[in-house]
Design a protein around this ligand. Structure first.
Ligand SMILES: [Zn+2]
Ligand SMILES: [Zn+2]
Length: 347
């Protein structure tokens, strides 16, 4: 099969023929129809994760089950499926309680083993990790769920417990930030989007953001306190930077909830955060790490009803060659919206 292969950290990526994966006893092999290009792939390429080389990236996938291990109960060849980027072991207490997103024995395609920038990818513990994609939901839309959209959904629902009528600030209007804007509006919140670029803010406004703020030299927290009459109830840092995390925390009202979604890998040391404000105002600082397959059905129901439209966030569909060329520059030249790779587009 064809795959995007990384031979060394920070090196060029190459599309070449590699052996197809085989189905684990409890897992499946999926023929990839769509897979998202994500900033997390850049973090792995840049050496912020432990990888075995050579490596194949890709963790936001949707496709058709092509082969099934002997121990799998619920899935068959031909099923349309997607998968969370965190795959649980299926056996531990966390997985059995529906929290595979924090499984201590988790696998992540494209990080802990070869991922989905390829014609085929293996998925372990299929009965725990696979999600059925309804016929009305395209592979492109389904692939846009596994990481950024589902993470934003869980950050706002399962973690921040955002309610209708509350104020939500979203810092960073890339894939995960725009997802948070769309989901926040669908949940009935008032949404403020903050970003450095006018194009990203225009996209946020088109998705229903009530206010957009350019993150230049202005005092963003002061502006947000003014707009909201005392601060947002919920803030999301979708960028992953000491400065953006601090803006989110300072923008909250008393007893507000901050959710950290953008990755803060400790390559530059751990961030300095305003814990004085966290204590004095009794703020909640929450982490969010994807979403377990068990939590997908309510989100998929909103997509089938048309209340959520993740496909609107997809800006372009490219082939494996273009993906190999684009990944190294994602940190400095991240395009607006979500980029989806179709391995069959240039095959
Ligand atoms: Zn587990
Ligand atoms: Zn991702």
């Amino acid at each position: 099969m064809r795959a995007v292969v990384m031979d060394r950290i920070g090196g060029p990526l190459e599309v070449r023929e590699v052996p197809e994966p085989t189905a684990p006893h409890d897992g499946v092999v999926v023929a990839v129809h769509a897979t998202g290009l994500c900033r997390s792939d850049w973090h792995a390429w840049a050496g912020h994760e432990d990888l075995a080389l050579p490596h194949v990236p890709g963790h936001e996938l949707a496709g058709v089950v092509a082969a099934v291990g002997a121990g799998v109960q619920r899935w068959h060849a031909g099923n349309r499926v997607t998968v969370p980027f965190v795959c649980g072991c299926g056996r531990c207490a966390w997985c059995r309680s529906g929290n595979a997103q924090v499984c201590p024995h988790q696998e992540q395609p494209g990080f802990t083993y070869w991922g989905s920038f390829a014609d085929y990818v293996a998925v372990p513990a299929a009965d725990t990790n696979l999600v059925a994609v309804p016929g009305a939901v395209s592979f492109t839309a389904a692939a846009s769920l596994g990481c950024r959209f589902a993470t934003a959904y869980r950050a706002l629902t399962g973690r921040a417990r955002l309610s209708a009528g509350e104020w939500l600030t979203v810092i960073g209007a890339g894939g995960v930030g725009l997802s948070a804007v769309m989901i926040g509006k669908a949940l009935g919140a008032n949404v403020i989007a903050v970003d450095r670029t006018a194009g990203a803010l225009a996209a946020a406004a088109a998705l229903g953001a009530d206010h957009t703020l350019v993150a230049d030299d202005a005092d963003i927290p002061a502006l947000i306190h003014e707009i909201t009459g005392g601060g947002s109830h919920v803030g999301v840092d979708a960028v992953g930077h000491e400065a953006t995390c601090t803006v989110s925390i300072h923008s909250l009202r008393r007893r507000g909830r901050h959710v950290q979604v953008g990755l803060l890998p400790p390559v530059d040391g751990h961030p300095r955060l305003p814990m004085d404000r966290v204590i004095a105002w009794e703020l909640d600082v929450l982490g969010s790490h994807g979403m377990a397959a068990a939590d997908y059905p309510p989100m998929l129901a909103l997509i089938e009803q048309g209340a959520l439209r993740p496909q609107q966030l997809v800006e372009r569909i490219i082939g494996l060659q273009e993906a190999a060329a684009a990944l190294p520059s994602l940190d400095t030249a991240a395009p607006a919206g979500i980029t989806i790779i179709d391995p069959r587009a240039d095959g």
